[in-house]
Design a protein. Structure first.
Length: 381
């Protein structure tokens, strides 16, 4: 409870501070000059009819398919109202929203002074399926894990709050990404370990090992990132950050390093607690075992889980870059060109720096646990 109370105070202090300097409030607009407002609502497709020969072509001469659709708004201030709209497909899967009768969609509703002007399909409705999957995950976690599962779920929620309400807002305030990622990692690690494992030597050893491993990952990322001149701008989202309305000038290389630290945290935390928990059980079964023997027992446990945990990071980053790998393979890019591409080098850096931090967490955790878990007096060494 003390941990929850401390975290609550931190979140209140963070969220109560001003996000950014506010511009002076403009005088209210004349109602005549009031601009249209766009809100989002849910809708259901009642009917859909293609209009052959009326699609025309786009600016590049490609044919367009035009439909007339009847939608029932199922949320928002116009709930229950039925509207008829035009819907156009361009033949580009990345941008087209293909709908069928019975589909639920997200629509943009344009209004002026409370009157409905236009309705446009913005995307498919996806959130309800995601909410159902979230509930299934929570039910399985609590059903199979019991009290431990509930604590794990609570830990996950708190980490999400730290990311959304501490990490991201402070980044938008211009705080150093690397320092901020270290601080958030420390808060998340301490809370998670004490919540799941209790306030004891096992949790302290896991905290030391996790923070040590994450720190090593961060140092490796900074050193190698500087040596490879990683720009941090290999992703489209990072490039878009150059034009956000807050007008913040980001250190994109530092953002890349921060993402590596945060990305490695979960796996390093896992291996830290695994080794510390195993060493606790060993100490409980053999209370007179020397610290040196206990350390090497922890190292043996770490060696067993090291391979699979390293694979977890490598495969996670590979899965996230699958489209890029397919693209460069399809165009038969030479290896020397491939490995020197900023986007590829950044992903390799993410995977390997995180894996190095994970491996480094093994001896750090084992050493911390061996030092904290003392043997009986006549067998100390």
């Amino acid at each position: 409870m003390k941990i929850l109370f401390l975290l609550w105070i931190i979140l209140v202090l963070v969220m109560s501070g001003p996000m950014q300097a506010q511009d002076p409030v403009d005088p209210p607009l004349d109602p005549v000059m009031e601009e249209a407002v766009v809100e989002f609502a849910r809708a259901r497709v009642l009917s859909l009819e293609e209009l052959p020969g009326e699609g025309g072509t786009d600016e590049f001469g490609f044919p367009l398919r035009r439909f007339t659709a009847e939608l029932e708004l199922v949320s928002g201030q116009f709930r229950g109202q039925i509207v008829e709209i035009d819907h156009v497909l361009t033949g580009t899967p990345a941008y087209d929203i293909v709908i069928e009768v019975g589909d639920r969609v997200l629509v943009g509703v344009e209004t002026l002074q409370g009157d409905l002007l236009e309705v446009v399909i913005a995307d498919h409705e996806r959130d309800r399926s995601l909410y159902a999957l979230t509930l299934l995950f929570a039910a399985l976690l609590i059903g199979l894990g019991g009290k431990k599962g509930f604590k794990s779920l609570l830990s996950l929620i708190v980490i999400g709050i730290l990311i959304l309400y501490v990490f991201v807002p402070f980044l938008l305030r211009g705080v150093s990404p690397i320092l901020l990622s270290i601080a958030v990692s420390a808060m998340a690690t301490i809370f998670t370990m004490f919540l799941v494992g209790g306030v004891n030597r096992k949790s302290i050893a896991a905290i030391v090992g996790t923070l040590g491993g994450v720190s090593v990952a961060g140092i490796i990322a900074i050193v190698v990132g500087s040596a490879t001149n990683a720009s941090g701008l290999s992703g489209q989202e990072a490039q878009m950050l150059m034009f956000i309305p807050q007008g913040i000038t980001f250190d994109f290389r530092a953002l890349l390093m921060a993402s590596i630290i945060i990305g490695a945290l979960g796996a390093v935390m896992d291996i830290g607690m695994s080794i510390s928990s195993a060493m606790t059980e060993i100490r409980r079964a053999a209370p007179t075992l020397s610290r040196r023997a206990l350390f090497w027992s922890g190292m043996n446990v770490g060696r067993d889980v090291m391979g699979t945990m390293a694979n977890t990071l490598i495969l996670a980053y590979t899965g996230g870059s699958l489209a890029l790998l397919l693209l460069v393979t399809a165009y038969e890019v030479e290896f020397i060109r491939l490995i020197n591409m900023d986007s590829i080098a950044s992903e390799v850096l993410r995977a390997l720096a995180g894996s190095v931090g994970l491996v480094a967490a093994i001896p750090i955790t084992a050493l911390a646990a061996a030092w904290l878990m003392r043997p009986t007096e006549h067998h100390q060494s």
